[in-house]
Design a protein around this ligand. Structure first.
Ligand code: ATP
Length: 303
């Protein structure tokens, strides 16, 4: 049944990819039924995720020969911990995530998951181990239930209900006359950005990934939506290695590790308190954002 929806959304995916947005990358190649330029090695083995430690080791990367994008990026995200990546627009945050999915190969250095170089494992197993909650979730012209089930087409109704609860969607769904059977998309209900992200969270819950990537929306959500999303993410990421691209520093103060990117360089890393006491780039951003909040301006992109 889900197969029916796929061709209808092909154009949407292509459009989004052209915009450079990273949308459900782990499924995109399947949907387009095309071989990515990146190939599995002939003897590639499935990724054996034990705890879910992610390491970027001296990573260098360029999309084109003319322009280097990432230079000498090294950090280790310990298993079960939360990493937040912050930095100005164009500093390379999304590129880090695209490399983690092995959308592209690094030019030098390596990315390792539990000590395994991701170039040595099958892409299928790699992408299967990582769940993503994108900024801009693609919804099909189908029921909310089918849209959620997309995270795992084998999921039972009971598992979907549990994902709905954990994603803080229950209240919203109860208000709909047809509940989970309500159609969304062009032919049905139009969902807000926050509701769509919670559907993506429910999908990610069904997928049960070892590593969760969250791309925080740049556009402001109302504070209730934002709190709901952050709470849902906190609950589902307990014990899961998680990586968030963050635009609002207020949402990541409790991260175990914050990585600050600037123009393709990792300029600072540490916890919120460590970075504040360093009085460097992060402290400056924090200060600027606090002032912005005080002036009660609408939420702005961090940097
Ligand atoms: P934002 O916060 O605006 O999403 P970002 O920090 O995530 O930005 P990236 O998307 O990682 O930044 O982009 C880093 C740099 O790489 C930018 O200068 C961007 O123009 C460039 N870039 C991104 N995608 C491509 C691509 N497919 N081909 C060439 N250059 C690209």
């Amino acid at each position: 049944m889900m197969q029916l929806f796929l061709p209808l959304n092909l154009l949407g995916f292509v459009y989004r990819e052209m915009r450079g947005a990273m949308v459900n990358i782990e499924r995109m190649f399947d949907l387009l039924d095309q071989r990515p330029a990146i190939m599995d090695k002939p003897m590639a083995k499935p990724l054996a995720v034990q705890a879910g430690t992610v390491e970027f080791r001296n990573v260098e990367f360029a999309y084109t020969a003319e322009r280097s994008i990432l230079q000498n990026i090294s950090f280790t995200l310990q298993a079960g911990k939360k990493l937040a990546v912050v930095g100005s627009s164009g500093s390379g945050k999304s590129t880090l995530v695209r490399l983690l999915f092995r959308f592209y190969d690094v030019n030098a250095g390596a990315i390792l998951i539990d000590g395994q170089d991701i170039r040595e494992v099958t892409q299928h197993s790699l992408r299967g181990a990582i769940g993503i909650v994108p900024q801009d979730t693609v919804l099909f012209n189908a029921s909310i239930k089918d849209n959620i089930r997309y995270g795992n087409t084998e999921a039972s109704d009971a598992e979907i209900m549990e994902a709905v609860r954990l994603a803080h969607l229950q209240h919203f769904i109860q208000q709909l006359p047809l509940g989970l059977d309500t159609l969304v998309g062009e032919r049905g209900l139009k969902l807000s950005g926050g509701e769509k992200q919670r559907i993506a969270i429910a999908r990610a819950i069904l997928k049960r990934p070892s590593i969760l990537v969250f791309d925080e929306a740049t556009s402001s959500l109302d504070s209730h939506s934002e709190q709901s999303i952050m709470q849902a993410l906190r609950e589902i990421s307990v014990g899961i290695t998680s990586l968030a691209i963050a635009h609002r520093l207020s949402t990541i103060a409790d991260a175990d590790l914050i990585v600050v990117m600037e123009n393709g360089h990792l300029v600072e890393q540490g916890t919120h308190n460590e970075l504040l006491s360093r009085k460097g780039r992060y402290a400056g951003l924090w200060q600027a954002q606090q002032e912005n909040n005080r002036e009660s301006a609408p939420q702005v992109e961090t940097i």
